[in-house]
Design a protein around this ligand. Structure first.
Ligand code: S3P
Length: 191
């Protein structure tokens, strides 16, 4: 198992949009941890938070994480808080290559505010959310690859990930003296 591409990052980083493009370009399946949770629970994330609170949602993330161990060769888009708990960075690393979609806080915050209902923003000031972001940065920073998403379109972010992962695979193959693995990109990338 493994060989997945795992996208992590704060709310507003574009994990879902980039994940969709990446999966399409690479001919892989997209798995979204938030979708796994909403399908299992039969209700939306705001409903889960409103009825049962954040602790229940985080426990549902643990269940989703256990199921992710069955995935291989997929693109996995995680929720913004998914990697940010004890043991989760190691668990994600075991699934494949973890890619942090990074960016400056205010841009991510504005995007997150614009992009639909997000329970982690409700009732929090900008400073509260900044504190959350700062507390999460070290977890995101455990990713093998970081892509700065500022001033890039989701298409360009996906292209950058494909290039970077392709280069990593070539480096690893040279380092191992082994045959190069199946290439990450099987089609020319238009930007
Ligand atoms: C969360 C982010 C959300 C979703 C949930 C909790 C968080 O995903 O998982 O509302 O704790 O940051 P997005 O990052 O896709 O908004």
């Amino acid at each position: 198992m493994g060989g997945n591409i795992v996208l992590v990052g704060f709310m507003g980083a574009g994990k879902s949009s980039v994940g969709r493009i990446l999966a399409r370009r690479l001919g892989r399946c997209l798995v979204e941890t938030d979708d796994m949770i909403t399908s299992k629970e039969g209700r939306s994330i705001p409903e889960i938070f409103a009825s049962d609170g954040e602790a229940h949602f985080r426990a549902a993330e643990d269940e989703a994480l256990a199921l992710l161990a069955l995935k291989s060769g997929d693109v996995i888009a995680t929720g913004g808080g998914f990697p940010c708990r004890e043991g989760r960075p190691d668990a994600l690393e075991a699934l494949g290559t973890v890619v942090w979609l990074s960016g400056d806080f205010d841009t991510l915050y504005c995007r997150a505010l614009r992009g639909g209902e997000r329970p982690m923003l409700a009732g929090r000031t900008r400073d509260d959310v900044l504190a959350l972001y700062r507390a999460r940065e070290p977890y995101y920073g455990r990713a093998a690859v970081t892509v700065d998403t500022m001033s890039l379109t989701p298409d360009q972010v996906a292209a950058s990930i494909i290039r970077t992962l392709g280069a990593r695979e070539r480096d690893l193959a040279v380092g191992d003296g082994a045959r190069p693995p199946v290439p990450v990109s099987s089609e020319p990338v238009a930007e």
